[in-house]
Write a protein that binds this ligand. Structure first.
Ligand code: CA
Length: 477
């Protein structure tokens, strides 16, 4: 409920693309500082168990906008663009009298049937967009040629729109950055930052080199998402130095990769600071909800990988910091489980707009205000659908995460087997004990003394699938 009465809050929703929580200093990053994102956390709440229900760009964005899981909104993969007749929280806010805008990366398709709807103003990147001198699209097919760095332009446009708003009505703006998506092209002013330092390596970076992921499902070991799979010229922007052994090459690749990743985040963080300054300058910070999040997490060399997609922690976890001084205690944190599908009902609730019954996420305003309801969820359902995509070869999977356990089923989509001549890939399972093994280094699915736990988690997976209305593939139940 909106606890501040008649004055409806403004909403500034800042979402980056592929920004892992472990590259945010408010979350204890070992590799960088994000002082402006931290300002949001310092002035509000940091959600420590915020998860996406499908760790890939387009589907997570659809889940955020509609408050529904991907089997409901039908945006299951990068190639299934969102039907723009679906009801979204921005459209509902607009219907309720908010002025609304969408600026930056949309990535839900464009053109008839897919252009953003529910906004008074929108200016988006086509598809992934470009880091430098990007083309942007507007209503009625207008194409805008821009000069400059994409993160700065999206920030500028967001600020311009806030400054030029109708001050008699509340506003809601989606500021969606392209950064830090692959291929991590920094702004010129950040191009040499970190050149003279070594960035700390993740503890699990050598797992691939040491074990070849032999402890994991065979379909996971066969993925092409290793630091060794990054293209030196395209991704790392330099040829591999001659004469390196495997360990030295891995180290070199990690430093090349992570430094550009952090450089593009630096521009995002600066943009966040500029927007916060504008809210202060306009005198509206107290009654404005500011959200910082990312569509999913990312592997930052963890387990030897880059990218996302998997249900493992680094990819599953979203950074989610929310500042709303009128309702949220400053410098608070919550370990209650909050999902991407909760964003829509939560923001609608604060705005005093009725949450449609068909929305599947929960109103998390009590969680964020520091009073977790007794019946709040203690487990979550996950499903990744893009079975063995050509680039990364990541298998489709689904699973359940509780506060201290995770069960994953690689169900080897039978649709993928239709054209195959050989036998279908077997269904494979993994289980992790997050209490004993938070970095998920030991798959305990085959431990004999875990049978009861596996059975209980499987039952919970089935219960959650039923609750959200998904149909489990053959071989899972
Ligand atoms: Ca993404």
């Amino acid at each position: 409920m909106n606890s501040v009465g008649a004055t409806r809050p403004n909403i500034v929703f800042i979402m980056s693309d592929d920004h892992a929580a472990h590259a945010v200093s408010a979350y204890g990053s070992r590799i960088n500082t994000t002082p402006n994102i931290d300002r949001i956390a310092d002035g509000g709440v940091r959600l420590d168990a915020a998860f996406c229900t499908n760790s890939i760009c387009t589907p997570s964005r659809a889940a955020i906008l509609t408050g529904t899981y991907n089997h409901v909104n039908r945006v299951t993969t990068l190639d299934t663009h969102m039907d723009n007749s679906l009801v979204t929280f921005p459209g509902l806010l607009r219907d309720a009298g908010y002025q609304t805008a969408m600026i930056g990366k949309w990535h839900l398709g464009h053109g008839p049937g897919h252009d953003p709807t529910g906004f008074d103003h929108w200016r988006i990147l086509p598809g992934q967009g470009h880091y430098h001198d990007p083309v942007m699209l507007e209503a009625d097919g207008r194409v805008v040629e821009r000069r400059g760095y994409v993160t700065d332009l999206i920030t500028d446009d967001t600020i311009d729109w806030i400054r030029s708003r109708d001050r008699s009505r509340p506003f809601m703006v989606l500021c969606h950055h392209k950064a830090p998506h692959r291929r991590w092209e920094p702004a010129p002013r950040h191009a040499t930052r970190y050149d003279d330092v070594d960035i700390a390596e993740p503890e699990t970076m050598y797992e691939d080199l040491l074990t070849g992921h032999a402890d994991r499902a065979a379909v996971v070991a066969a993925m092409r998402m290793r630091l060794m799979d990054l293209d030196p010229i395209y991704d790392l922007k330099a040829p591999v130095p001659p004469g390196l052994d495997a360990e030295s090459e891995l180290r070199w690749r990690y430093q090349r990769y992570i430094k550009d990743y952090l450089r593009v985040i630096d521009a995002v963080d600066e943009g966040v600071g500029r927007i916060l300054d504008v809210l202060d300058d306009e005198g509206i910070a107290e009654n404005t909800i500011v959200v910082y999040t990312s569509d999913q997490g990312f592997f930052l060399g963890d387990h030897g990988w880059f990218d996302k997609r998997l249900m493992y922690e680094e990819s599953l976890r979203m950074p989610l910091c929310v500042r709303y001084p009128a309702a949220i205690p400053a410098a608070s944190a919550s370990s209650a489980m909050v999902l991407n599908v909760d964003v829509a009902p939560t923001l609608l609730s604060w705005a005093g707009v009725e949450v449609p019954a068909w929305m599947q996420g929960f109103d998390a305003t009590p969680v964020m205000e520091g009073a977790v309801p007794a019946q709040w969820r203690t487990s979550m359902y996950y499903r990744y659908w893009m079975h063995r995509d050509a680039a990364h070869n990541v298998p489709a999977h689904l699973g359940v995460r509780t506060h201290d356990r995770k069960l994953i089923c690689y169900y080897n989509d039978p649709c993928d087997q239709l054209g195959a001549s050989g036998p279908a890939d077997p269904v494979e399972w993994e289980m992790f004990d997050l209490a004993q093994d938070p970095l998920e280094t030991r798959n305990v699915i085959a431990d004999g003394d875990r049978r009861d736990e596996v059975a209980a988690l499987t039952a919970e997976l089935v219960r959650l699938a039923d609750e959200v209305g998904d149909i489990l593939p053959a071989g899972v139940r």
